[in-house]
Ligand binder design. Sequence first.
Ligand code: GLC
Length: 541
Amino acid sequence: MVDQPWWQSTTIYQVYPRSYADSNGDGIGDLAGIIDKLDHIAEVGFGTVWVSPFFSSPQEDFGYDVSDYCDVAPEYGTLADAEQLVEQAHARGLKVVFDLVLNHTSDQHPWFQESRRSRTNDKADWYIWRDGRGKGGRRKPNNWRSALEVRSAWQWSEERRQWFLASFLPCQPDLNWWNTDVRQAMFDVARFWLERGVDGFRLDMFGAIMKDPQFRNNPIKPTSGGSELFRIWRRDFTDNTDANIDLAHELREVCEEYRDPERVLIGEVFGRHEVLRRYLGEGDGLQLVFLFDFLMFRYSAEFFRRKISAYEALFPPPFQPTYVIENHDRTRSIDRLGGDLRKARVLAVMLLTLRGVPTVYMGQEIGMSNTYIPLRDAQDPIARHYFSWVPEFVSKRLPERINRDEVRTPMQWDGSSNAGFCPGGVEPWLPVNANAATRNVAVEGGDPASLLCLYRDLLRLRSECAPLHSGRLRLLDGLADGVLGYERNYEERTAVVLLNFSDDERRVRSRTSEMLLASDPVAHLRDHEVLLPPHSGVVLA
Ligand code: GLC
């Protein structure tokens, strides 16, 4: 079709390896399991598989705490399996993106084990060590907070009688990227996988890597009440620093050593839109940054219109907005929609027809929902270590799940016991959702009215229809209340998308003559008028 870099028109499917498919019956998903299911991913029609970390790790944070970047945790398989995964994905025309955790390692990583031993060893400066303030240096070096906000990012080490920085969990010490040996070692990690054919990386916590070398305190964000209790620190000296933007360019240069195909860098970065945009530079930084506003969407035409309009202005072609509705950290979207599948279908039509790169989290395509797991049973370290004090009756009612286990339960393949994730009789690492008997790939694959078939139809349409694949986007004005509409234009061709977010039927005049897809069979186009049932979406041409 159109000549553009592959990543500009791809669609991303995120696999959380521990929960996707268990090939050896130990209750934990693995790489061989993912390989077995590549056909599913390719058949639904996704272009790229992003695999969350499977590297050697004590699994305190389920792989986001790496102890060897160039090997595979035994429960997930071997290095040969990782190589097979790349090869098998490519054989099916899929691109593969691995998850690179650059900001921190596990405290079990041999680098940190050495670094913590003394102030003078070879790796002494590989992590961010500081003397404390006050008598005996027992006061923290400055006010930097962990990403979880609730606590300081500084951890005391008795061995060195110094503090080390850990921007996420205490067991994940931050690497010192100002040290050129660290930088080279980590770039070599990227090269290690690029040489094995991976098509790029999702960059974990990328915004937090280069901290202020002067360790200045982050300023306090004024809050309306001005109460001490609720004061919040800005992250001027820890996140999205100029040096961090430079790092994006450097990492891109490493990727440029491996062309054909071009390798892609996708940043997990948080901040104002303008800040996020800086990571892309003039097309010589990261290629994509996740846009997380949709993770906590308000289901309304106005909300999405406002966001899309902002993203279109900030990421005009050839830049691409990267839309995310679900991932392994946040509440499942169907739960935000009160379980209403009609609404999930509207969101699917929107996500897969917008200009940009959509990401879909495993199970989103079948409408998997959160699986309630009480905090006391949590395996997620955030829930276990930081929020275990939250009373269950409160936690239960929070719209945002504290316990990330709830969105990481096993993928639902079929109606058998354990949903086809692992053999019956084996206990999966997290419980299977009770709705697996009916909400699963096998059942939905055979039902043309299912969410899964809608994803399949949308992805097919997106790849076949040039305007959806490569066209520009123009928001439509003057539509009925609760209706979001946009045009996608490519050369002389146009596709029109209309989405009714309201509880009532809507009628919209349209110059189009053909209905290419409808999320609701009642929707129709007659005499240039489109009838949209409540909570429905259509694609027209
Ligand atoms: C990212 C990951 C999350 C992980 C954290 C620490 O936010 O998405 O799952 O726990 O980084 O690496």
